[in-house]
Design a protein. Structure first.
Length: 416
């Protein structure tokens, strides 16, 4: 069979011979673009908007594929009539977006609202306000703008997140507009049990993020959340309280972005897709989302162009010339932000071999325990040579947005 694998702005054609193949493409037959639902929630938003008050809108940066511009398009008249309007870009610890990245987020509205746009800097202590401490010890520092405006609107979308369960909702605040120390303390929980894709109940990262909301006056905070499915469009939208709008869509997001397997594979091919394929740091999600479908001792072929290189250097440097056990022990004793990535990668390297197909220097990769390849055909050939011509192959063309889950019984829902 011939399968198309995304790679940057192109596609790689992958031919599979006689191997049993599991093609992990979520069943989205029930996910239908719903303009009626979207417009209904927009109407609710408009009904509550008060142009006379000072309004702050929190939006995602270019590392999330949230259809922010579509929301702006439908409420543009209100925004133009709101003199005390500010737009805060929830950068978390990401670098400040470039103009072209912001145009990808807001389209034609970026230039129009440029003077009203502020970028969150997690290390700018003067821009932060201390709010309190969660039961897990996370100090909650948030951008002062959220306390200075009379009304706050968070715009987001729900997709799988490899340790927070799902993106969206509460993530607009922590990590979106939180201080560096807050994000570091929260992300340290990423190595604890329960911090898994799609998991909310019992997930310490999610529960800590949710608890941070208690330090806000939630009567002033509203949220517009969406489930935006590639090839389908917006299949769900919800406007309301920051918690309510998130949980209203959680099950739909899980159904739209998950794929169940009843038998694990010896080899997995997983691809990071834009915007998460730009660097190694963001692309790691494509590995984390498929580990549940791979046998211990198996091989994960990770496809990501990584045209911007490493991304966060802390985690990469932490992987170099250390054993997985040494990395995990160091993470426990001396955690630094970024090490949630190196710690989880080390945990995966203890269970699997990882081949990366990218533009990155293969020699540098070899020092981390990851084997680099320039093309997918060579990587797959090497994996099949090692695992055998009859090895079962799990293929996840959109691995950064498809969470593979394993169940112990029942038929495979999509076996080629």
């Amino acid at each position: 069979m011939n399968i198309k694998i995304p790679y940057g702005s192109e596609e790689i054609s992958l031919s599979i011979g006689r191997n049993p193949v599991i093609l992990a493409v979520p069943d989205r037959s029930g996910a239908v673009s719903s303009d009626q639902a979207f417009e209904g929630e927009i109407a609710r938003l408009k009904g509550e908007w008060d142009c006379k008050k000072s309004n702050l809108i929190i939006i995602n940066d270019a590392d999330r594929s949230t259809p922010t511009a579509k929301v702006f398009d439908r409420i543009l008249t209100l925004l133009k009539e709101t003199p005390k309007l500010k737009i805060l870009v929830a950068c978390g610890t990401h670098s400040m977006p470039k103009d072209e990245e912001m145009r990808a987020v807001l389209g034609k509205y970026y230039d129009y609202f440029r003077e009203k746009i502020f970028f969150h800097h997690s290390k700018d202590n003067e821009s932060l306000k201390y709010s309190g401490k969660t039961s897990r010890g996370t100090e909650v520092w948030l951008n002062k703008l959220v306390f200075e405006c009379e009304r706050v609107l968070a715009i987001g979308s729900l997709e799988p997140h490899y340790f927070a369960g799902l993106t969206g909702g509460r993530k607009a605040f922590l990590p979106g507009i939180a201080g560096y120390i807050s994000i570091e303390m929260n992300h340290k929980l990423a190595l604890e049990e329960g911090s898994q894709p799609l998991a909310l109940a019992g997930n310490p990262v999610h529960e800590d993020m949710d608890e941070a909301l208690n330090f806000l006056d939630l009567s002033r905070v509203r949220s517009f959340q969406m489930v935006d499915v590639p090839g389908k469009g917006i299949v769900g939208a919800s406007y309301g309280g920051i918690r309510e709008s998130f949980y209203d869509l959680a099950d739909l997001a899980k159904e739209s972005f998950s794929y169940d397997v009843a038998e694990k594979a010896e080899i997995a091919v997983t691809a990071a897709v834009p915007p998460l394929d730009k660097n190694l740091y963001q692309a790691q999600k494509a590995v984390e989302n498929v580990v549940a479908g791979v046998k211990d001792g198996g091989i994960i072929i990770w496809v990501s162009a990584c045209f911007s290189g490493i991304g966060g250097t802390h985690f990469f440097e932490h992987l170099v010339s250390r054993t997985p056990d040494e990395i995990i022990e160091d993470v426990k004793k001396n955690f630094k932000l970024g090490w949630q990535k190196s710690g989880r990668m080390a945990r995966n390297l203890k269970r699997f071999k990882i081949f990366l197909v990218s533009q990155m220097d293969t020699g540098a990769l070899s020092q981390t325990g990851i084997k680099g390849y320039r093309d997918l055909k060579s990587a797959l050939a090497a994996a099949l040579t090692e695992k055998g011509a009859d090895a079962r192959v799990l293929i996840v063309p959109r691995g950064s947005e498809t969470a593979v889950t394993y169940r112990t019984s029942g038929p495979l829902s999509n076996t080629a």
